[in-house]
Ligand binder design. Structure first.
Ligand code: ZN
Length: 91
């Protein structure tokens, strides 16, 4: 998994590849100097950035199907009203 980390002092953000169980392995340790904006003055600590890489809306149509046809009709209505350039999914 690719995780985002940030320096508590200078706020620089970088990515590191870690297994999920080791994602906090460097949290609370001094930020590697090569990442910091001012490597001489910065004595920040590593924090895990709360972004969610890989978040997607795949499967949303399936969710709509489970919610029932009434909801689907509502979505169809919204899609019709908002024109062809929207990204609303329905079945
Ligand atoms: Zn820093």
């Amino acid at each position: 998994m690719l995780y985002d980390y940030t320096c508590s002092k200078c706020g620089v953000i970088w990515e590191e590849q870690h297994p999920m169980d080791d994602r906090d392995i460097n949290v609370g340790k001094p930020t590697p100097k090569e990442y910091c904006k001012d490597s001489k003055k910065c004595e920040g600590l590593v924090e895990r950035s709360m972004t969610a890489p890989g978040l997607s809306f795949e499967g949303s149509v399936g969710t709509i199907k489970r919610a029932g046809s009434e909801w689907n009709d509502v979505l169809k209505g919204i899609k019709k009203a908002s024109g062809k350039d929207n990204t609303i999914e329905h079945y």
